[in-house]
Each structure stands twice: as structure tokens, then as C-alpha cells.
Ligand binder design. Structure first.
Ligand SMILES: O=C(O)CCC(=O)C(=O)O
Ligand SMILES: [Fe+2]
Length: 427
């Protein structure tokens, strides 16, 4: 917020720009920078674990901080003309936030790169992650690696087994949750929609330099099939059990992983919740398989059991030790939001037949801001035909303390846009 300048003053006498709050120097850019440098110095003795020559850029005009951590005693050096193994460009406040446990390194290191390519760590990525981990109060340990023969969840119709699997492994697989004809209806609706979005020039693609994958966002707007789909009883069987009765759909999307994709980077689905919370799962993702899903066609890769404890992979781009959550069409993968996972590489060769379409109904506890802002994106003609159940899922129902309109938050009120909200009533 501090980076965003105040808006224009509308009221004579209410220009706050000269009001003094505390000692301005404390939050000045220079102080933030100095604190970052002091933190790096304090943690220097731990850095020999990096076994690398690392350069940290804390902003334009600031001297590059070079750490030679190739020998037992890590020390600051002058890089000269040497090329570092890893180069990190990062805001100095993130260094303090790592140090204070307010920001998870795997989020902090990569979040700006989304908008600003130059802030992507360069060179050896695990070194960059390890560096940031070493600044935190409790550096995580890597997840247990899957090896052939280990027991992992298998598709089952026994919902109690699915729940036990979610508790033990962070995910479970529900067999035969959809009939073959239901799969056909949903897959063909999704295929048509995906093709329509391409034709209309509004398709969302990702999955590497050629971006073969396609996301279809806000499915609630995109056909009766997807409105009906929210009636599925599997949701009643697992969502309230895991998240409480007020859980909301944080997003309702499809992901079509296509041949030739680059796998997604490993992540948890509660990455946007900072400070990082490993003690509580905030979300539950119900992912519907609209085709047979296997390792070969981009099946979601998971580290089984990685939902528990202060666990995080050393390299977000290395899928070694993960396993694909394989199951036939009509199954559902139900996984909790602390599980480390990623869309796998689709190694099929034929586009279309080799596609891996899945629908994700991602629920979160009701007090977490929804990923999709349904209040702005829901088409009005869809809103009029939604059942109370669907409205609740989308967030159009008060939960007892949250979600009210003009202050009315008693539990169980279905809300809608007020035509004429109360405004100034003054002489
Ligand atoms: O496509 C997949 O298999 C997983 C997608 C995913 O993890 C996500 O969208 O957060
Ligand atoms: Fe995910």
C-alpha cells in the first residue's frame, strides 16, 4: 500500500499530506535496504550450505551483493567479471519478510516475475530457493520422494477410504463419480467452449513457450452443464467434512493439458495465503477427470504426504520423486491445499486425442477472499437461474459474520446487488 500514492483530496480541509506519523526514516527506502543487507550479513554463516557463488540485486542503483559460499566460510566478495551460479533480483522488503516468516520463499521469489520477467531468479534455481529459505525462521525440509512400490491412494468408491487418504496423503481418488455418459456431456461442453474461446480470441493459454494448455475460467457462466455440475453429491460428501459448512467456491475452472506442454511449477494451492500457513488447510480441490488420466498425458504430479509439516521442494521445476494421480475418466481427484503438486508433462503426440481435460471445483474456507470475483464476473442472466445451493457456493450467502450487504450479516441470507444503496442523506 505504501507504494500507492494517495488519491486526490475531495474535501476542503482533508488534505492529509502534511500529517506526520512516527519517524519517517524508519520506513524509508534506504532503511529497508539497510535492514536487508544487515539480515544477509547476519545469516552469512549459514550460507556455506549453498555451495555456490551467488549474486543478489536489491534494486537499481544498489551495489550487487555477491556471496561466495563455495567453501566452508561463506563470505561477501567482489564479483568482478565472474559470472555467478545464481543471480537473484529481489525487493529488499522481501528479505525482511522472509526473515520475519511473513513471506514463503517459493512465493516471494517468483511472484514478481509474473509481471516483471527480469525479477525471475537466474541460473541455479535451487540455490536461489535455498538462500531465501536460510533467511527464514524455520527453513523447510524437502518432501518425501515417491518410489515405485510405495503405497499411494488408488481410485475407490469407498468415500471413507478417500477421506483417510486425504488425511494421510493429502489427496484421494474417487472412482466412478461420473457415469460414462455424464463424462461425455461434460467433456463435449468443455471442448466446445474451449474452441469457442479460441475463435473469439479470449482463450487463456499457458504451459511453456508454446502455451499449448488451455484454461477455461469462470465455468459457471459457460453453460447449463456447469451449473448442473454443482449439484454433484460428492461435494456434499467431502467439502463440509473438510472445510466446514460455509466453504465457498474460490474458483471453478477447467485445465486442458495438451501434448508438448512444459509442466507447471510445483506449488500448493494456498500459496496466496501469506504469511505461509502449514498448520491448517484452507482449501480443498475437487478435480474431475473427463478422460483417462495417466502419467503420460499430463496427470497431476503430487508429492504424496507433502501436506504435512514444514515441507517444501528444493526445486520447483524438478518433478523427480513425484507421482501422477492416475485414474480413469469419471474419477475425481480430491486434494487439500497444502499438498505440493503440479500439472505434469503431457507426452502424448496427438493434439485432441492426447488432451487431458479436467474440471476443478476449488473450495476454500468462507473467510478467504475468493480467487474469482464472482460478484463482478457472474453474468446477470445466470445469476437469475442459480439455485440457492449454487449461490451459496459462489459466495452469495452470509456466513454469520461475513458477506453482508449494508451490514446485514446474520447467517444464511442470500444477497444480491442493491439497486439503490443508501448514500448521503444530508441537508
Ligand atoms: O492441471 C493440473 O493438473 C493442476 C493444475 C493446478 O495445480 C492449479 O491450477 O493450481
Ligand atoms: Fe494447483
Amino acid at each position: 500500500m505504501a507504494e500507492i500514492p494517495p488519491g486526490p483530496t475531495l474535501t476542503k480541509g482533508l488534505d492529509f499530506s502534511s500529517n506526520k506519523i512516527g519517524n519517517r526514516d524508519v520506513s524509508s527506502a534506504d532503511a529497508v535496504y539497510k535492514r536487508a543487507v544487515a539480515i544477509i550479513n547476519e545469516k552469512l554463516p549459514l550460507m556455506s550450505e549453498l555451495n555456490a557463488l551467488l549474486a543478489v540485486n536489491l534494486g537499481d542503483g544498489k551495489p550487487l551483493i555477491a556471496i561466495d559460499a563455495r567453501l566452508d566460510d561463506a563470505k561477501l566478495v567482489d564479483l568482478g567479471v565472474r559470472e555467478p551460479d545464481t543471480k537473484i533480483t529481489i525487493k529488499p522488503e522481501y528479505i525482511s519478510q522472509f526473515y520475519e516468516g511473513k513471506l514463503e520463499p517459493r512465493y516471494g521469489l517468483f511472484k514478481d516475475a509474473f509481471f516483471h520477467e527480469a525479477s525471475m531468479p537466474q541460473g541455479n534455481i535451487p540455490v536461489a530457493i535455498k538462500f531465501a529459505d536460510l533467511l527464514t525462521p524455520e527453513p523447510p525440509t524437502p518432501p518425501r520422494r515417491y518410489q515405485a512400490g510405495m503405497r499411494v491412494p488408488q481410485p475407490t468408491e469407498d468415500i471413507e477410504q478417500v477421506k483417510r487418504d486425504i488425511a494421510e496423503f493429502g489427496y484421494g481418488l474417487v472412482a466412478n463419480a461420473l457415469t460414462p455418459s455424464q463424462v461425455d456431456i461434460l467433456r463435449s461442453a468443455l471442448k466446445q467452449q474451449a474452441e469457442g474461446e479460441v475463435r473469439a480470441g479470449v482463450a487463456a493459454h499457458d504451459g511453456g513457450p508454446h502455451s499449448p494448455n488451455q484454461r477455461v475460467w469462470a465455468l459457471i457462466n459457460k453453460g447449463d452443464e456447469f451449473v448442473d455440475f454443482l449439484n454433484h453429491p460428492l461435494l456434499d460428501a467431502v467439502v463440509p467434512w473438510f472445510l466446514g459448512e460455509h466453504a465457498v467456491l474460490t474458483s471453478y475452472t477447467a485445465n486442458i493439458a495438451r501434448p508438448g506442454n512444459v509442466p507447471m511449477q510445483l506449488h500448493t494451492d494456498q500459496v496466496a495465503i501469506q504469511p505461509p500457513q502449514r498448520g491448517l488447510a484452507y482449501g480443498l480441490n475437487v478435480m474431475w477427470y473427463l478422460t483417462d488420466v495417466a502419467d503420460r498425458n499430463g496427470g497431476t504430479r503430487v508429492f504424496p504426504g507433502s501436506h504435512r509439516g514444514p515441507v517444501a521442494p528444493a526445486d520447483l521445476f524438478d518433478l523427480e520423486g513425484t507421482v501422477a494421480a492416475e485414474a480413469p475418466a469419471g474419477s475425481a481427484l480430491v486434494f487439500e491445499s497444502r499438498l505440493w503438486h503440479a500439472t505434469g508433462p503431457n507426452r502424448e503426440t496427438t493434439r485432441g486425442a492426447g488432451d487431458r481435460p479436467v474440471v476443478m471445483m476449488f473450495f476454500m474456507r468462507s473467510f478467504v477472499r475468493q480467487q474469482e470475483n464472482n460478484f463482478l464476473s457472474l453474468r446477470p442472466e445466470i445469476e437469475t437461474k442459480l439455485s440457492d445451493r449454487a449461490k451459496r457456493m459462489l459466495g452469495f450467502c452470509t456466513t454469520g459474520a461475513l458477506g453482508g450487504v449494508e451490514g446485514e450479516v446474520r447467517e444464511g441470507i442470500y444477497v444480491k446487488r442493491v439497486e439503490n444503496p443508501v448514500g448521503p442523506l444530508r441537508d
